[in-house]
Design a protein around this ligand. Structure first.
Ligand SMILES: C[S@@+](CC[C@H](N)C(=O)[O-])C[C@H]1O[C@@H](n2cnc3c(N)ncnc32)[C@H](O)[C@@H]1O
Length: 218
């Protein structure tokens, strides 16, 4: 691991505590990997990740796909960063995008495999080295990860996986300031912002939550 990677190590639990203003929660008690393993397939309980996504009408993948369907995506090789069960990228896979997935949770990755993902890469985005994936992909999708689970400064680690001509699609729970940080990081790395807008992402209880959506190309 080189010096730059060392300096990108992130205390994800501290980030989570500050973001959600909590000192106690299932996430902190169980640790992030266990928490998501458990949510992918909860033992003896069927209210799993996919069921709760249906319940809260969580469908940002469809919103991104609707904006991108006129782009030349067919046969491109994309990586879904923080792919979870792969639910969000089904429209892209059905359209003919080859999708690999990175996630900390093996249980989440198993579900993504069932949905047609290619390579599944179990990695901790807060800590691990991604040198082996450098410039491998034509595009990247990341939904519900930045701002919610990891701070925006981790984005360059995702972008390093992309080739010179590539596409980025992000849907994330960001405030105005963090959205601008993401846009700046994309522009610094030569991306042109095709689209950046705020739209519905899901219901938390009865409250509608918006995400920032970004599509960029270089
Ligand atoms: C809200 S879910 C979103 C999943 C998926 N993208 C979707 O749209 O349904 C957040 C995902 O980020 C993953 N994640 C959180 N922290 C991570 C980390 N440090 N490294 C890798 N994946 C992480 C979780 O395992 C989980 O699958």
């Amino acid at each position: 691991m080189n010096f730059e990677m060392e300096s990108l190590k992130i205390d994800q639990e501290a980030f989570f505590r500050e973001k959600w203003s909590v000192s106690q929660s299932d996430v902190l008690r169980m640790g992030i990997e266990n928490y998501f393993d458990n949510w992918a397939s909860p033992p003896g309980f069927d209210f799993d990740y996919d069921t709760s996504a249906v319940f809260s009408q969580y469908n940002p993948g469809q919103t991104l796909f609707d904006k991108m369907r006129d782009m030349p995506l067919k046969d491109k090789v994309f990586v879904d960063v923080g792919c979870g069960t792969g639910r969000s990228c089904v429209p892209f896979i059905q359209y003919g995008v080859h999708m690999d997935g990175v996630d900390i949770s093996n249980e989440m990755l198993k579900r993504a495999k069932e949905r047609g993902y290619g390579r599944l890469i179990q990695r901790d985005l807060a800590m691990d080295c991604f040198d082996d994936l450098s410039e491998q992909y034509d595009g990247m999708i990341s939904i519900g990860v930045l701002g919610e689970w990891l701070p925006p400064r981790v984005l360059p680690r995702f972008l390093d996986m992309l080739s010179n001509n590539s596409t980025v699609a992000i849907a994330a729970d960001l405030n105005e300031r963090d959205n601008n940080i993401c846009l700046g990081l994309l522009e610094e790395r030569g991306f042109e912002i095709v689209s950046n807008f705020k739209d519905f992402s899901y219901f938390r209880g009865r409250v509608s939550v918006d995400y920032f959506y970004t599509i960029a190309e270089r």
